[in-house]
Design a binder for this molecule. Structure first.
Ligand code: ADP
Ligand code: ZN
Length: 210
């Protein structure tokens, strides 16, 4: 099964993608995480991406398209995958189609901008492994420490309120048109994000299995 998760920053795509991947036993491919990894290891690509990311802008299409192309060619992607955070623009979606990748379904996770701004202030990520937490909705067992690896939890620079607003603007302008793009291909399934993560996962699995 080849799936795409679409949604505003902070709508919970990443969390849902991971739940679905565990259920279907396929890898989650998060372009955001991959770019942050490249940044941490100081690669040229990572350094280039940093200024875009920190300001809430998108990294140029050709950079992200290259990353995804290499990743989905890996053997663990042969039985399917979930793309989390890609495509984010029409040219990225066209590039995916042109690679001959046959996407089965696109899950659009809907959460209002108001809720997102509130949620993002509580988001924390593990400095070491990138796992995501929320102070209210998904708190770590030990305060400020990662459950998975014990790393320190930090707030991402691009989760600061002003940057979140900039990212939402970018989402509405550049990413939301993808809903129409995939609707025309008959692949779009909409899921309303719930307060509770597990409730959202139920709806997401229904959309995938329906
Ligand atoms: P979120 O889904 O919470 O916005 P991500 O971790 O997916 O966060 O992305 C963080 C940042 O990484 C984006 O704001 C953007 O700068 C960059 N990025 C990730 N995926 C893409 C993509 N497909 N195209 C362009 N930039 C991307
Ligand atoms: Zn960790």
């Amino acid at each position: 099964m080849k799936l795409i998760f679409l949604g505003a920053p902070g709508a919970g795509k990443g969390t849902q993608a991971e739940a679905v991947c565990a259920h279907l036993n396929i890898p989650a491919i998060s372009t955001g995480n991959m770019i942050r990894e490249a940044l941490k290891s100081g690669t040229e690509m990572g350094l280039k991406a940093k200024s875009y990311m920190d300001s809430g802008a998108l990294v140029p299409d050709e950079v992200v398209i290259g990353i995804v192309k290499d990743r989905i060619a890996q053997p663990d992607c042969a039985n399917g995958f979930v793309l989390d955070g890609f495509p984010r623009t029409i040219p990225q979606a066209e590039a995916l189609d042109n690679m001959g990748v046959k996407i089965d379904r696109v899950i659009a996770l809907e959460v209002s901008d108001d809720k997102i701004v509130k949620r993002m202030s509580g988001r924390r990520v593990c400095e070491s492994c990138g796992a995501s937490y929320h102070l209210l909705y998904n708190p770590p067992k030990v305060e400020e420490k990662c459950d998975k690896c014990g790393g320190t939890l930090v707030q991402r620079k691009d989760d600061l309120p002003e940057t979140v607003k900039a990212r939402l603007k970018v989402y509405h302008e550049q990413t939301e048109p993808l809903k129409g793009y995939y609707k025309r291909q008959g692949k779009l399934y909409t899921v309303d994000g719930q307060e509770d993560v597990a409730d959202t996962t139920k709806l997401t699995l229904q959309a995938i299995e329906a």
